[in-house]
Design a protein around this ligand. Structure first.
Ligand code: AKB
Length: 333
């Protein structure tokens, strides 16, 4: 018999028996397409299940299992977990900062209801190890910004940030109260060649590569001196798998900052100009995104992650730009 969260409080001792395969099954959201390759290599293609409410885009190479999963539909999620004997769940569904401000009710439904009522309860009910990404956006104007430590005041002023603080606190509460194996990383702005910008405040740092290659021009919506923490996708994936595989005894906390580099639009443009020397930068500040960026960390203190589970980034700004152009091709104009 299964136990519905609204009827019974969770405790590890009352979890229904579950059959746990020797290798974890991991539903992964395709908004980070690169997620697939490291996890396939590590766990085997058939043990990693990709899910979304839409078919994968034609340009996303994908040949492993793919299923429809709607995080707003509790029964659908439960069926997936039971039928596939899921053991680990990576929960990426979320509306990002800028797009969340444009549609607060949807952001609330996806980021809070989907997370609170569904993912946490399913994970607790089925004894899953649960990964939920948080973000630099979980901090706000009253947080220390340079650097921002793991534990400090968090009063974000976006629905995205509020939903992420909520996720951090709920995950930790379920961990301490019911033994849920909740693990969470606060990501900087993530940059990758194979995913398009998706409604975030840090998106300019992805768009600049596409525009530099296509048109040789880039109009930035943030001021030239706006410093934000950023990370290349491979480091993000490495950190995510590392924290999921870390022995529980190594974790002195359940939500960690991770960091790799911090830069401003001006500094990024200088690096991009090494590949596209004629790049013309201009600035047309969007007040909404500028206000969000001005309330976020400038530098992220990730010393706890480095100490507890050996986090170490591989990509700095120069390496990031070289790698982006090696994928996108600076001479493909
Ligand atoms: C955003 O800009 O909203 C995201 C984030 C930093 O969480 N990329």
């Amino acid at each position: 018999a299964s136990i519905h969260p609204s009827i019974h409080p969770f405790h590890p001792s009352i979890h229904p028996p579950s059959i746990i395969p020797s290798i974890p099954s991991i539903p992964i959201h395709p908004s980070i397409p690169g997620t697939l390759s490291p996890s396939w290599k590590r766990f085997g293609k058939n043990n990693v299940i990709l899910s979304d409410i839409r078919k994968p885009a034609d340009n996303v190479f994908y040949s492993g299992p793919f299923i429809f999963a709607d995080i707003l539909d509790y029964k659908n999620l439960r069926e997936i977990v039971v039928n596939n004997r899921i053991t680990w769940l990576f929960h990426y569904s979320a509306l990002l900062s800028a797009v969340g401000e444009a549609n607060v009710p949807l952001a609330r439904a996806v980021n809070i209801t989907g997370m609170l009522h569904n993912v946490l309860d399913i994970a607790a009910e089925h004894n899953l190890r649960l990964f939920v990404p948080s973000t630099i956006g979980a901090f706000g104007p009253t947080s220390p910004r340079d650097p921002t430590p793991d534990l400090c005041i968090q009063r974000p002023r976006t629905i995205y940030g509020v939903s992420k603080v909520h996720a951090e606190l709920m995950g930790e509460y379920y961990h301490y109260r019911y033994g849920l194996d909740f693990r969470c990383l606060r990501y900087p702005g993530i940059i990758s060649a194979d995913s398009q910008p998706g409604g975030g405040t840090t998106d300019y740092a992805v768009q600049i590569f596409h525009d530099a290659i296509k048109t040789g021009k880039f109009k930035c919506y943030l001021r030239p001196d706006t410093r934000l923490p950023m990370m290349y996708i491979d480091d993000c994936l490495k950190a995510t798998l590392e924290i999921m595989e870390a022995p529980a005894e190594a974790l002195t906390m359940r939500t960690y900052n991770i960091s790799a580099m911090s830069f401003t639009p001006e500094e990024l443009a200088q690096e991009v100009q090494k590949y596209v020397p004629e790049l013309e930068m201009s600035y047309n500040v969007d007040q909404v995104r500028q206000a969000i960026a001005d309330s976020w960390p400038m530098n992220f203190d990730d010393s706890n992650a480095r100490r507890d589970w050996g986090w170490k980034h591989d990509y700095d700004l120069a390496e990031l730009v070289t790698t982006m152009f090696s994928y996108l091709g600076s001479d493909s104009r």
